[in-house]
Design a protein around this ligand. Sequence first.
Ligand SMILES: C[S@@+](CC[C@H](N)C(=O)[O-])C[C@H]1O[C@@H](n2cnc3c(N)ncnc32)[C@H](O)[C@@H]1O
Length: 255
Amino acid sequence: MAKNKKTTKTPEVISDYNGYDYKKIFWEDADREYEDRADRLAIRKLLPEHMKNFVDIAGGYGRLADEYLPRADKATLFDYSKTELKQAKEIYGDRLHTKAGDIYDLPFKDGEFSALMMVRATHHFKDMKKVTKELYRILEPGGVAVIEVANKKTLPRMIRYLTGRTKINPFDRSIANLTDISKNGFYNYHPKYMEDIFRKQGFEIDRVLSVSNFRNQHLKNAFKTNTLVRLENGAQSILAPVRFAPSIYYRLIKK
Ligand SMILES: C[S@@+](CC[C@H](N)C(=O)[O-])C[C@H]1O[C@@H](n2cnc3c(N)ncnc32)[C@H](O)[C@@H]1O
């Protein structure tokens, strides 16, 4: 990933994917088929079957566009990185509209969309209150937001904390900045912290899924991807109440 940079408009760090081949480096050259399929399972369960006007926020190169394009009359992919948007255009052409900008200041009108999705992006954002406010603003009343949250309170982190191997307390609701923010800006969030923000903003939490439950190299080595994906499919709802997977997916309704 290229270096983060600050803009005059936004004091928060922007994780700049310009010039970074996220598609090839993160997905195609890495062993992440299980994670990709886990995301897709969740999205299929949470997105409305039919959407009038949909936007994929921080959608990258449109990895998940083939999941939402068949359900949307109109679909837009929004991202900060022109590199990602160019790749998306090359793949999907006119079927997918693209728009560049910064999450903290979305270039969309109030109530413009009937549904939106934001996946694998919260770990880049320091101010989730501000982000949530923007997402709420661009949805129409009754609109649906499917948001994936990078979870701070995962099972491995709980074990590491309880055995004294990390000082980051996963039970504490404050934001975890897991690595050096000036380099890559990875934030993780406690589910209760995010749920509080969603509710205070005016969203109703309609459904929660626990996703990427088996994201572990030993499990990936021991089991076939198809087996893990079958287990994942069942686990997403069953494990949702405990909220200890690396990804927690929310379907929110704008009240
Ligand atoms: C990990 S990628 C996820 C892409 C896609 N949602 C997916 O799941 O494949 C994170 C994306 O967030 C975008 N991003 C980071 N900071 C942003 C900001 N401040 N505004 C808009 N997009 C941003 C990056 O350009 C990148 O494409």
